[in-house]
Write a protein that binds this ligand. Sequence first.
Ligand code: NAD
Ligand code: ZN
Length: 340
Amino acid sequence: MKALVKKHAEPGLWLEDVPEPKIGINDVLIKVDRTGVCGTDLHIYNWDDWAKKTIPVPMVVGHEFVGDVVEVGSNVNDFHPGEVVSGEGHVVCGRCRNCLAGRRHLCAHTEGVGVNRPGAFAEYVSLPMSNVWHHADDIDRDVASIFDPFGNAVHTALSFPVLGEDVLITGAGPIGCMAAAVVRYAGARYVVVTDVNDWRLELAQRMGATRTINVKQERIADIQTELGMKEGFDVGLEMSGNPSAFREMLANTCHGGKIAMLGIPSEEIAIDWNEVVFNMLTIKGIYGREMYETWYAMTVMLQGGLNISPVITHRLDYTEYEQAFKLMNSGQSGKVILKW
Ligand code: NAD
Ligand code: ZN
């Protein structure tokens, strides 16, 4: 089968013929239909320091996808050929304390699809049945293909109550833009999104931000005054991984405010801890999605009218993957979908 492979320890990906995955008795074989290109894939493509120390070469990459079940192992009763599914990208151990307690997103032994085990940028992918999500009939296939990053947005956005609250989102990447749509849908009052990229801020606006800020030109504190806010944002969603974005967030959060951090910093971030202590802030780290409460919430919000499809800005054939990564590197894209 065709697959996009990290073949050499250097920048790039290679379209290769590789053997089809074999399934075990608990696995599901899926014919991949569409895939989303994630920031993680971009790190792997660009071969940055994180990728160098994380990705064993060769590796079939990719983890955001929708596809059709073609075969199931002999222990699998809940999935059948022809069903439309996506995969949860974190494969957990099932045996640690958190897994046994049902808190699988907190597993300390998580493996990543397309990171530590063969991924979905391929004609077929095999996953344990416990990692397969059966889509409701009315979910659009393009949207279904990005349930993984949509789930990051939902997990972060719904970490703290937002009804009637003012929410600051730092980073208008695809996940920040989807989070803006989610918190608006969940009843937030002001949804202020920051970035340094006007193209992306415009996308955030289209997706539900009530005010966008290019932090190279405007200060968040001034916008609080403009909006008549007196005490700071109630909830912060850090979705850039940028040190100064996080510091600005701390400085603009109200006393007792809550911050959910999804953005992955590439370096240590020094902060003034007095702001955390004296302002009594809660800071929560977010990794992946809750299995499967987040998936359930995504489905019912879409069925209830939430629209995240504007985040998909480009659709290409998988053979055009070089162009997809070029687009992602340019910063002039939301989600890029590859058709297999
Ligand atoms: P992205 O890289 O596309 O978006 C990040 C955005 O932050 C960019 O648009 C960038 O211009 C912006 N930015 C840079 N400096 C900024 C600043 N000073 N202030 C405000 N914005 C700034 O990433 P994404 O795919 O949308 O993902 C968002 C973040 O979440 C990334 O850091 C990603 O690595 C991380 N992530 C975490 C998880 C997890 O499970 N924790 C999963 C997926 C992604
Ligand atoms: Zn575990």
